[in-house]
Ligand binder design. Structure first.
Ligand code: SF4
Length: 311
C-alpha cells in the first residue's frame, strides 16, 4: 500500500470480492509510510511497516532493469517489494499479494510488459493480483481456485483517472495524495545528490544515505563532501553525526554547522571554513570569525566561491 488512490481502491475492490486483507508498506530514507498509515487507518486495515533500506540501496547500486527519469529503479523496486510481500504472505498464511497497479498507467513501470516483468522477477507468478486491471490480465491462482471472484474485479487501463475518481466517490474515499510524489528517488534534484554520494563516498554507510534529505551539500575541488546545516535542527542532526567526519562550526557568531565527510586536502578544509563563514551572521560581528578549527579573517576571498560545486 502506498496510500495513493489506486491502492485504496484496490483494498475496497478486493473487500467487495470477499477477500480479507492486511496492508504492507515499506520505509526507507527515500520514502516513508505516512500516506499508507493514513490510508490504512481510514480503510480500517491492519498495516505492516517493513524497512526496505538495505533492499533499496542494493537496487540503487545495481538495478537490473535500470532507472526511470531520475534515480528511481521502479521496475526492480516494485518486484522486490512484491517479493518481500510474498515472503510475508507465506509466513502469515495468506493466499495472494495484491497491488493497486493499473495497466498502462505509467510509461515505464506500469505498462503491460512491465507488469509481466515485475510479476516474474518477484517470484510471485500466479499469486500477484492487480484488482484494478485484473480482467485485462491472465487469471491468477486465487481466481482459478475460486478464492477470489474474478467478476468482481476491474478492467481499468491507461492514464486517465476518470474511472478511479468515480469509484472513489462510490466508495466514499475522499482523501488521497496526488499520484506523483512521495518517493525522493523520482526527484531530479535528489537524484543528483544521490549520484554525487554514489560517485564519491558510495552507499555503504547507511548513516550518510540517511543524511541525503538534510542540509545544503557541496563537493569541493579536492573531492571533500560538505554538508551545511540550513537551520538549528539540521545543525543538531549534523552534530549528532559527528562520527561521520569533521565538524566545522563558528564559535563567536551564529552560523551553520558543516560536516566534512572526509578532508581530502588542506585547500578543501580552507574552502570549507570560508563556506561556513559565508553562511554565518558575520554582519553581526566586529573582527574575525572564530571557528572550532581556527580563525578566518574577514573579508574572506569571495573568488573562492567559484570553486564550490553545489550538489
Ligand atoms: S517510485 Fe520509488 S518507491 Fe515507488 S517503485 Fe519507484 S523507486 Fe520504488
Amino acid at each position: 500500500m502506498s496510500g495513493g488512490l489506486d491502492s485504496q481502491l484496490a483494498v475496497r475492490v478486493l473487500e467487495r470480492a470477499g477477500a480479507e486483507m492486511e496492508g504492507i508498506c515499506f520505509r526507507s530514507p527515500f520514502f516513508g509510510p505516512e500516506a499508507a498509515q493514513k490510508a490504512a487507518t481510514a480503510l480500517g486495515v491492519k498495516l505492516h511497516i517493513v524497512d526496505f533500506t538495505d533492499d533499496a540501496i542494493s537496487l540503487l547500486e545495481n538495478p537490473p532493469h535500470g532507472f526511470g527519469g531520475a534515480m528511481n529503479p521502479c521496475i526492480d523496486c516494485h518486484a522486490l517489494m512484491i517479493r518481500r510481500a510474498g515472503e510475508m504472505m507465506a509466513e502469515l498464511g495468506f493466499d495472494f499479494v495484491a497491488t493497486g497497479e493499473v495497466a498502462g498507467q505509467r510509461p515505464m513501470s506500469q505498462n503491460r510488459q512491465a507488469l509481466g516483468v515485475v510479476e516474474k522477477c518477484s517470484g510471485m507468478v500466479g499469486r500477484l493480483v492487480r484488482p484494478m486491471s485484473a480482467k485485462l490480465l491472465a487469471p491468477t491462482i486465487p481466481e482459478t481456485e475460486g478464492k477470489l471472484d474474478r467478476e468482481m474485479l476491474l478492467d481499468i487501463s491507461g492514464r486517465s483517472r476518470e474511472r478511479q475518481i468515480a469509484l472513489a466517490a462510490e466508495f466514499g474515499i475522499t482523501e488521497y495524495p496526488s499520484p506523483a510524489g512521495g518517493c525522493k528517488l523520482t526527484e531530479e534534484g535528489f537524484g543528483r545528490k544521490l549520484k554525487d554520494l554514489m560517485d564519491h563516498e558510495g552507499l555503504g554507510n547507511r548513516a550518510l544515505v540517511e543524511l541525503l534529505t538534510v542540509a545544503r551539500r557541496f563537493r569541493l575541488p579536492g573531492g571533500t563532501g560538505v554538508l551545511l546545516g540550513r537551520d538549528r535542527d539540521e545543525n543538531a542532526i549534523l552534530k549528532a553525526n559527528a562520527r561521520l567526519g569533521t565538524l566545522v562550526m563558528p564559535v563567536n557568531v551564529p552560523g551553520p554547522t558543516a560536516l566534512l565527510t572526509e578532508i581530502k586536502s588542506e585547500k578543501d578544509l580552507d574552502l570549507a571554513k570560508i563556506l561556513v563563514c559565508a553562511y554565518s551572521r558575520y554582519d553581526r560581528l566586529e573582527g574575525n570569525i572564530m571557528l572550532n578549527l581556527g580563525e578566518v579573517a574577514r573579508p574572506y576571498p569571495r573568488e573562492a566561491f567559484k570553486e564550490f560545486q553545489i550538489c
